[in-house]
Design a protein around this ligand. Structure first.
Ligand code: NAD
Length: 243
C-alpha cells in the first residue's frame, strides 16, 4: 500500500519544478493527482494515467471555482491540496513598481488563500484533509526587501491562521520553507557562477536542494503519517537559515 493510497490530491504549479516532482512522487505513493497550472503546454506533457491536468490561474477566484467544480464532479472529494504555484523576481526595492508588487502578491499570496477558501469547505464537510503551502526561506531571513519575500511572508501567516481555524475539523495546514532548489525558477541563478558559489558557501550543507527533497517533505506532511501535525513550519534549506 502506498503512503497516499486512494487519496485525491491537487498540486498547483504541478507542471514544472517542485510541483511536477510532487505530482510524480504522490502518484508513486498511490494518489490520484490533479496537476493544476496556468502553463497548458507543460500540463499536456505531464498528464497521464493517474494524473489529471486542469488549467488554473491561482490568482483568479473564478478560475479556482471552475477548477474545483471540475475536480469535485470527477472525483467527489479532495483529500490533499498543495499550494505550490508561484513566480519570483530578483528586482530590488528601488526597482519594484506598484504593479510588480500587486502581481507578485496576487499569485504568491492571494493564490494560496483562494486555494484554501475553495477547497476547505469540502475538507471540513469530510472532516479530513491536508493542506501544504509552499513559502520560502526568504520569508525567514530578511533576504532582500522585495515583493517575493513579502508575498512568501503572507503564505506563512495564512498557513498558521488556517491551521488554527481548520484544526477542529481535522483539516491540517502546514508550511514548507525551501531554500534555493534547482528548478526552472532558479535556472538564471544557478547559471550565474559567482552568485552560485556565494550561495553554496553560505549554505552549511554546501549545495543547493533538489526538487525531490521538497517533494518528499510535502508527501510526508500530506500523508496520514503526519496526522497530529498542523501549523508546522518545515525549513528545507540545507541549514542556510540556521546560521
Ligand atoms: N526553486 C526555489 O529555489 C524555491 C525556493 C523557495 C520557494 N520556492 C517556491 O516553490 C514553488 C515552486 O517553484 P519552482 O521552483 O518549482 O518553480 P517553477 O517555475 O519551476 O514552477 C512554478 C509553476 O507555477 C506555475 N504558475 C505560475 N503562475 C501561476 C498561476 N498564476 N496559476 C497557476 N500556476 C502558476 C508555473 O506555470 C510553473 O509551472 C513556488 O511557489 C516558489 O516560489 C521555490
Amino acid at each position: 500500500m502506498g503512503r497516499l493510497a486512494n487519496k485525491i490530491a491537487i498540486v498547483t504549479g504541478g507542471a514544472s519544478g517542485m510541483g511536477e516532482m510532487m505530482v510524480k512522487r504522490f502518484v508513486e505513493e498511490g494518489a490520484t493527482v490533479i496537476a493544476a497550472d496556468i502553463n497548458e503546454a507543460n500540463l499536456e506533457k505531464i498528464k497521464g494515467e493517474h494524473i489529471t491536468a486542469v488549467k488554473l490561474d491561482v490568482s483568479s477566484d473564478e478560475s479556482w471555482k471552475q477548477a474545483i467544480d471540475t475536480v469535485i464532479e470527477k472525483f467527489g472529494r479532495i483529500d490533499i491540496l498543495i499550494n505550490n504555484a508561484g513566480i519570483s523576481s530578483e528586482k530590488t526595492a528601488d526597482q519594484i513598481t506598484a504593479k510588480d508588487w500587486e502581481l507578485m502578491h496576487k499569485i504568491n499570496g492571494f493564490g494560496p488563500f483562494l486555494g484554501i477558501k475553495h477547497v476547505a469547505p469540502y475538507m471540513k464537510e469530510a472532516k479530513q484533509g491536508a493542506i501544504v503551502n509552499i513559502s520560502s526561506y526568504t520569508a525567514l531571513v530578511g533576504m532582500g526587501m522585495n515583493a517575493y519575500t513579502s508575498s512568501k511572508g503572507s503564505v506563512r501567516a495564512t498557513s498558521r491562521a488556517a491551521a488554527a481555524e481548520l484544526g477542529g475539523f481535522n483539516v491540517r495546514v502546514n508550511a514548507i520553507f525551501p531554500g534555493t532548489i534547482e528548478t526552472p525558477m532558479t535556472q538564471a541563478l544557478t547559471d550565474a557562477k559567482e552568485q552560485m558559489a556565494m550561495l553554496v558557501r553560505a549554505t552549511p550543507m554546501q549545495r543547493l536542494g533538489k526538487p525531490e527533497e521538497v517533494a518528499n517533505a510535502a508527501l510526508f506532511l500530506a500523508s496520514d503519517e503526519a496526522s497530529y501535525i498542523t501549523g508546522a513550519e518545515l525549513v528545507i534549506d540545507g541549514g542556510y537559515s540556521a546560521r
